[in-house]
Design a protein around this ligand. Sequence first.
Ligand code: ADP
Length: 192
Amino acid sequence: MRLVILGPPGSGKGTQAAMLVDELGVPHISTGSLLRNAAKRGTELGLKAKAITDKGELVPDDIMSDMIEERLSREDVANGFILDGYPRTVTQAKSLDVMLERLHKPVQEAIHIDVDPELIIERIAKRALEEGRSDDAEETVRNRMRVYAEQTAPVADYYEDHGLLTRILGDGDIDEILQRILSVLKVNASSD
Ligand code: ADP
């Protein structure tokens, strides 16, 4: 299964992607985690990226595309992947298509998790207390939501135009949302 999970900051896509690993048996690739790990290790790229993510801006497409290409070349993605946080711009979506076409392994499904913006602010405020992510400060979150609307929402439209997108509601408890995703995958697999 080659799946892309989309959704605004705080939509729970990372949580759902992590839970889908057990269900689908393919790795969860989160570009946000890759960037945070690089920052923790103190690599040049990691520190440069941290300065950008802390403002709620996007890391440049060429850096992200190199990062994802390296990750997708590892052996554990032979049976597929769950992509979380990539692609985040239409340029990234196009370069991912080129990359995967070369491997004869195109994206099969894209799921967008829709969440009410009020709920997002509430969830992220809670996560800021629990996890202390430096990009969860209130001003940064507002900017991330703005950047999402301008640059990432069009990625959902891109997959919709390619007939790959299903939108699901991201309210309710975590298990309920997971079941919604699984039933979309099941229905679509049986109609393929
Ligand atoms: P969230 O989905 O809650 O915003 P992520 O962990 O996915 O959090 O991403 C955190 C930050 O990392 C983003 O706000 C952005 O600055 C950066 N980032 C992650 N993935 C990408 C990407 N594909 N392109 C550019 N920047 C990215």
